[in-house]
Design a protein around this ligand. Structure first.
Ligand SMILES: Cc1ncc(COP(=O)(O)O)c(C=O)c1O
Length: 493
């Protein structure tokens, strides 16, 4: 061995010195600077060269011996274990730092990746995310009390492994809530509690779809659902959407030429256009599902927030033959960060999803689920939903007023009957330029391309109004006027 010297960083590394010395020796073995059988300097010599106490080096040697990196030979010298594989010495420069960062790239090829959905932070901007509720309205005190009570009274069960279907009291409370408010004849056994709609979509995709199966989706739609379906191997068939929602005739035509396994729809407030699937189309869709034995994955993500008349009842309320797999979420009604959603379906579907769930994340957050059950049972959630609905209705009207005043005819839209966003047509050819100018004027508008199946730029934008109060919405409208200024007029209508 060429003269070996141990280099150990003695700066403000938080690890104990013993660990750092041991790691530095291991690293030198890995790099080939030390070979199997090489004799190490004695502990006294090493301690003196490093300027540390001998016991520190002895403790490092002990640890390395226990892990099989070094051994004592018959002459009582300490050697690198002869059983270790040879490593060719690499050119080495700089100090051996046990804190070197991990490589940027893995040493293997990654599989296919979905598009990134990371939210970027733009401080100082007003975000008009379409699905954003106002977190300032969250019933903090009531929730905190319920959470504390759940933990105190049910600790032994809530902190243990539990059912992948969710906390029984929450499943019961949700079943009752859906029966009384949405006319869905659900019982506890028909409910699976998930971590938001997204996990519901993921589990449904796994349980229903085999690779190559055809699944119809809305051609203007919610792309996270497309990714969940694709991940299960689905072949997606985009179906046009118009002012009455999904074009069910177009879906029927697809059913004539392909075996459709499922359709994913947002009938109540179509995403992103906000329109409600017409009564005629609802009936036609249910009849089509029966004729072709496909599943209807109904995503009812913001049911409570309907402003003109009563919310329209879900397809799941008129499904005697068990075609609908219904998804609901608390992301809009309470807060997206809770990650709580529900699947409501026939018992066999719930059991299939529960099997898959075990391998995804085992179970949900039982303490939170117990707390939420209490909030539903004592009427707190319903009271919160009423308060939030009134606040959002007011904000919708303020925003509509402000947009009309600031932008006039440059932005054409129908006042949405429900939901947390409005869908507006731009004078421009596409939305990309508008979104960019909006951002430089301090307003964050979601890119329309992400809502279009073919990824094309369309002259529409989805503007959320629920997450900001009236004053901020007025300010946002003013800033948007600036973004409109040099928009190019659209040719195609
Ligand atoms: C169509 C649709 N479904 C579901 C959700 C909610 O997703 P999650 O429950 O995973 O937060 C949203 C939120 O934006 C949505 O727009």
């Amino acid at each position: 061995m060429a003269r070996w010297t141990l280099q150990v960083a003695l700066d403000d590394d938080p690890q104990p010195l013993t660990t750092r010395i041991a790691q530095a020796i291991v690293q030198d073995v890995r790099r080939g600077r030390l070979r199997p059988g090489d004799v190490l300097p004695g502990s006294r010599t090493l301690a003196a060269s490093l300027g540390v106490h001998r016991n520190t080096v002895l403790a490092a040697f002990d640890a390395l011996r226990a892990e099989g990196w070094i051994e004592a030979d018959s002459a009582r010298e300490t050697r690198v274990a002869t059983s270790l594989p040879e490593t060719r010495a690499k050119r080495f420069s700089g100090r051996a730092s046990p804190r070197a960062s991990l490589p940027e790239q893995p040493g293997f090829a990654l599989g296919p990746q979905p598009p990134s959905r990371d939210r970027e932070d733009y401080p100082g901007t007003i975000a008009l995310f379409g699905g954003q509720p106002d977190l300032g309205l969250f019933p903090v005190e009531a929730y905190a009390r319920a959470h504390r009570r759940a933990l105190r009274t049910q600790r032994k069960t809530l902190l243990d492994y539990g059912s992948p279907r969710g906390h029984a009291a929450l499943r019961r409370a949700v079943a009752e809530m859906l029966s009384s408010l949405r006319a869905v004849a659900a019982r506890e056994e028909n409910v699976l509690v998930t971590r938001g709609s997204q996990q519901a979509l993921d589990l449904i995709s796994r349980a229903l779809i085999a690779p190559g199966d055809v699944v119809a989706v809305e051609a203007m739609g919610y792309s996270p659902s497309w990714q969940a379906l694709r991940a299960a191997g689905a072949k997606l068939e985009p179906i046009a959407v118009d002012a009455s929602g999904l074009d069910v005739d177009a879906l029927a035509a697809v059913c004539e030429r392909a075996r459709v396994r499922a359709v994913y729809v947002t009938p109540h407030h179509q995403y992103p256009t906000t329109v409600t699937l017409s009564a005629g189309r609802r009936m036609a869709l249910l009849a089509l599902a029966k004729r072709h034995s496909f599943a209807i994955i109904e995503d009812d993500y913001d049911h409570e927030f309907h402003y003109e008349g009563r919310p329209v009842l879900p397809l799941a309320s008129a499904d005697p033959d068990g075609h609908v797999v219904y998804i609901a979420t608390l992301s809009k009604m309470l807060a997206p960060g809770l990650r709580v959603g529900f699947v409501v379906a026939s018992r066999a579907v719930i059991e299939a999803l529960a099997r898959w769930r075990v391998y995804a994340d085992r179970q949900g957050d039982m303490v939170m689920e117990a707390a939420l059950a209490e909030l539903i049972e004592d009427g707190e959630l319903a009271r919160h939903a009423r308060r939030a609905r009134l606040a959002y209705l007011e904000r919708r009207d303020v925003f509509v007023e402000a947009l009309r005043r600031e932008l006039g005819g440059a932005l054409a839209f129908e006042v949405p009957r429900g939901g947390l966003a409005l869908w507006a047509r731009l004078e421009a050819r596409g939305a990309d330029g508008f979104c960019e100018r909006a951002l430089s004027n301090g307003v964050l508008v979601q890119r329309t391309r992400t809502m279009v199946f073919d990824g094309g730029d369309r002259p529409w934008v989805r503007l959320g109004f629920a997450g900001n109060d009236g004053a901020r919405l007025e300010e946002a409208a003013k800033r948007l006027r600036g973004a409109m200024r040099d928009a190019k007029p659209s040719k195609a209508r």
